[in-house]
Design a protein around this ligand. Structure first.
Ligand code: MN
Length: 196
């Protein structure tokens, strides 16, 4: 992705994630919040020393408002592209499933740890599953617009815990929102990120 940056298209219909994420939440989250970060960054970049860099390069190197807006774009691009229509028994696949079992015990143990880190992140931010350079899996809490790339990790899966991600559908019930998100994770997408 090169400058100026575009608002990514959603790879599903606006109502496809209901009832886990409503079309109204998607309309605001994607069409207003993410679009705002894209517009902000495109306005800030041309006069900056970060002009011409990729989004990932900006997230690793920049600072201040340019970093904040670029981080939010990268985070939301990964977030919105990881979902599919709800499935009752939704499980990781392939080599990623094996790595989750190796590094966390059972899939349920992994879900529990991931949800706990999402629930206990104070304020706004993101909980991430990432891979280390040698292929091990780690869960991290990142505040505000931070991304695991800044720690040298490869980001795989993320839950957005900013209130704008869930307030219309769940009000203050962040744990209920996080628990519901497991139904709409497209594990093929996450495994492809792991194998890249
Ligand atoms: Mn968000």
């Amino acid at each position: 992705m090169s400058q100026p940056f575009n608002l990514v298209a959603l790879p599903y219909a606006p109502e496809a994630l209901e009832p886990v994420i409503s079309s109204q939440t998607l309309a605001f989250h994607h069409g207003k919040h993410l679009a705002g970060y894209v517009n902000n960054l495109n306005a800030l970049l041309p006069e900056s020393k970060w002009a011409g860099l990729t989004l990932e390069e900006i997230v690793v190197k920049a600072e201040g408002p340019i970093l904040n807006n670029a981080g939010q774009i990268l985070n939301h691009n990964l977030y919105f592209s990881q979902f599919c229509a709800p499935k009752a028994e939704n499980q990781p696949v392939g080599q990623l499933a094996a790595a989750i079992t190796r590094d966390f015990g059972t899939f349920a143990d992994f879900q529990s740890e991931f949800q706990k880190k999402g629930t206990t992140l104070f304020g706004s931010g993101w909980v991430w599953l990432s891979a280390t350079a040698d292929g091990h899996l780690v869960i991290t809490q990142e505040p505000n617009a931070a991304n695991p790339l800044q720690r040298g990790l490869k980001p795989l899966l993320t839950f957005d815990v900013w209130e704008h991600a869930y307030y219309l559908d769940y009000q203050n019930r962040r744990p209920d929102h996080l628990a519901a998100l497991w139904q709409i994770i497209d594990w093929n997408v996450i495994e492809q990120r792991y194998l890249q």
